[in-house]
Design a protein around this ligand. Structure first.
Ligand code: HAM
Length: 428
């Protein structure tokens, strides 16, 4: 047997799937995403799953972990280097420039749902193919839009029933003020390198800001005492960050400011944020994002301010599972037709079809199969009611309906408007 690639997952039908990898949960999550995106007036964009490697190297930064270690890159038959997208923002920016979306409207509010690929070491919540939902607002420099992208996810997660969430924000400055801060960090760390881990030492020369993200126990006290960026922010970054905080306060959205929040991608400017869930272990960051005012220009377009964020759908479903709110995304069969007479299977099938045409989720047992066996299947598919066809009552124009949870039976006439009666029973 050829097995699936490590770090990838099959999302199976509800009848056989387990945990978060059940297709119905994904469908319902996607429906919830589309609904909230519509409410916030974000429109869907779908970009290819692979792009020229150069787009990600230039877009994400050639010293980031993703570009240095985690991309699935290959050379095609025409000798071009291609990469499976590790994230969605660079592709959205490429598409915006290529299709001149910014000329068609000043502000483009876009969202996407789809698989992303990173060659990371697989563990719970960290996969090689995973799925992101992202939102990108391109063309506005208003801090209100920073808050808007936070709110979309915050409200979505809350509406799905999650409560163990922390919104953490910071400002990472811009091309004008960040170099001063980087120099200050370098001088702070310069005489402490022998007490820091090898990753920190590596990042010291490569990308000093990322040292603040180190999780190694022995580095924590030194990192905690590092100078915060706040005093180094230029006027524009500082007033933008103030506005973000004021707006969150006004909206009564709880958040914490962490001077150590720096993101793993180089394109961020000003606001950076993450939404963290405390119940799913090491990979607790469900969503991350921020402003990226320099990316459109770096990718070959005109300067255009932008802000966005993405969340990992696997991690969100894991958080829902940890909090036991997954059940909300679970529907069984409405009516299971127990067909008692083998010779009248077609008649039961016609009845089944009427139920389906009326919009019910309906399934039927094998006509003539033992009653107990059919009821067992009905329980397995989580049916609310069993409907008996082909028996003595059925012959007299009566439908026997059994509530499978309450184990109670009643009869309704099939001469009258029985579909309406069945709909009312489902609502009850
Ligand atoms: P990111 O922080 O790299 O940001 O990824 C966003 C989310 O994707 C993470 O918080 C996590 O939930 C999920 N994720 C990342 N890697 C994995 C993995 N290996 N397995 C499972 N889930 C994963 C971005 O990708 C940016 N493009 C977000 C953004 C959009 N910023 C501005 N606009």
């Amino acid at each position: 047997m050829i097995a699936k690639i490590k770090g990838t997952n099959d999302i199976l039908p509800q009848s056989v799937g387990e945990g978060i990898f059940v297709s119905q949960k994904w469908q319902e999550l996607e429906a919830a995403i589309r609904k909230i995106a519509e409410n916030f007036r974000y429109e869907e964009i779908r970009t290819p799953a692979f792009e020229y490697t150069e787009l990600f190297v230039r877009g994400l930064g050639d010293v980031t972990d993703i570009v240095q270690k985690e991309m699935f890159t290959f050379v095609d038959r025409g000798d071009r280097s291609l990469t499976l997208r590790p994230e969605g923002t660079a592709s959205v920016v490429r598409s915006l420039i290529e299709n001149a979306l910014h000329r068609k409207q000043n502000v483009n509010k876009l969202y996407y749902i789809g698989p992303m690929f990173r060659a990371e070491r697989p563990q719970k919540g960290r996969y090689r193919q995973f799925h992101q939902c992202g939102v990108e607002c391109l063309g506005s420099d208003s801090p209100l839009m920073d808050v808007e992208v936070m709110l979309i996810f915050w409200q979505l997660f809350r509406s799905l029933g999650l409560s163990g969430l922390n919104l953490v924000i910071n400002s990472v400055g811009c091309a004008e003020c960040r170099p001063n801060y980087q120099a200050e960090l370098q001088s702070y760390f310069s005489d402490k390198l022998d007490r820091l881990c090898s990753d920190c030492n590596d990042r010291y020369g490569r990308n000093v800001l990322r040292m603040l993200d180190c999780k190694n126990e022995r580095c924590q006290s030194i990192l905690d005492d590092a100078p915060p960026i706040e005093g180094n922010l230029c006027e524009s970054c500082s007033s933008s960050f103030d506005a973000v905080r004021r707006t969150l306060d006004m909206l009564e959205v709880p958040y914490t400011v962490s001077a150590r929040l720096v993101r793993g991608l180089d394109y961020y400017t000003k606001t950076a944020f993450e939404i963290i869930h405390n119940g799913i272990g090491a990979q607790g960051t469900i969503a991350g994002g921020g402003r990226y005012d320099g990316l459109v220009e770096a990718a070959g377009g005109n300067a255009l301010p932008a802000v966005g964020a993405a969340f990992g759908m696997e991690r969100l479903l894991l958080a829902m599972e940890a909090e036991g709110v997954n059940q909300r995304l679970h529907h069984g069969v409405d009516f299971y037709v127990v067909a008692l007479d083998e010779t009248r299977g077609a008649e039961s099938f016609k009845f089944l079809n009427e139920l389906r045409c009326a919009g019910f989720c309906a399934e039927m047992g094998e006509p003539g199969r033992a009653l107990g066996k059919q009821l067992k299947v009905a329980a397995k598919v989580d049916a609310r009611f069993a409907l008996f066809t082909g028996g003595a009552e059925w012959n007299e124009g009566t439908l026997v309906v059994k509530d499978l949870a309450a184990q109670q039976q009643r009869e309704i006439s099939v001469e009258g408007d029985y579909l309406e009666e069945l709909a009312a029973m489902l609502q009850a």
